[in-house]
Write a protein that binds this ligand. Structure first.
Ligand SMILES: Nc1nc2c(ncn2[C@@H]2O[C@H](COP(=O)(O)OP(=O)(O)OP(=O)(O)O)[C@@H](O)[C@H]2O)c(=O)[nH]1
Length: 206
């Protein structure tokens, strides 16, 4: 690994499964002999940070919660300084291989600053509407890796996965997309394979 930890952003609408993805990835990261840290961005609570700490999946000192106030998008896009400081502090005190930076948002336009992350993942919930890829949100278009999550729920809510696959293929033909069911931890295996290939052991992305 390089001396600097790889910083990976995980964004996406509220409830799409970002924290669940982190919970599924942490054991895989540890099994691979890598040392992770986690930063979460919440509006006015530290709920996601507390959830990750309480999971027992990572040392509590390696999890930092950033309270973003009214606007999580600013904290990861226009003025990511608070997150950069948190990542720098984690790296100063620990020998890390990667830092996962989670930020929720209520829309599809939340993108990560390239000053903050080396690689970023956008998670959408296919049960929230099979027209999401067609709406061409910035997160969906620009993320290095798109995760279409909760495929297990699609048949129950009438979401057409074929339509989603078609729209994703049209809108991001060159970039990776994975369809996941993160209720089961195996759902994250392919995600971690791509992270290893594209972010950790591949060439620098940005
Ligand atoms: N059925 C199903 N449920 C899922 C899946 N992934 C996550 N969930 C559930 O969806 C809910 C929301 O998941 P979270 O991981 O908390 O979502 P989040 O994106 O971190 O939410 P915020 O932090 O509030 O933005 C939880 O109850 C998860 O257990 C999935 O693939 N299938």
């Amino acid at each position: 690994m390089s001396a600097k930890a790889v910083r990976i952003g995980i964004g996406g609408p509220v409830g799409s499964g970002k924290t669940r993805l982190i919970e599924c990835l942490l054991p895989l990261i540890h099994e691979a002999g890598l040392k992770p840290a986690v930063i979460t961005n919440d509006l006015v609570t530290l709920e996601d940070a507390m959830r990750v700490k309480a999971s027992g999946l990572i040392e509590e000192t390696l999890v930092i919660g950033v309270e973003t106030g009214a606007c999580p998008h600013t904290a990861i896009r226009e003025d990511p300084s608070v997150n950069i400081q948190a990542a720098d502090a984690l790296e100063r005190d620990n020998s890390l291989d990667l830092i996962l930076i989670e930020s929720g948002g209520d829309n599809l336009a939340a993108t990560f600053s390239s000053e903050l992350v080396d690689y970023w993942i956008f998670v959408i919930d296919c049960a929230a509407g099979d027209d999401i890829p067609r709406k061409r949100g910035l997160g969906m278009l620009q993320a290095d890796l798109l995760i279409v999550n909760k495929v297990d729920l699609a048949p129950h809510v009438g979401a057409d996965l074929n339509r989603i696959r078609h729209d994703v293929q049209v809108n991001r033909p060159q970039k990776a997309t994975i369809y996941t069911n993160l209720r089961s931890p195996e759902g994250a295996w392919e995600v971690f394979d791509i992270i290893k290939r594209e972010a950790l052991f591949g060439c620098a992305v940005h």
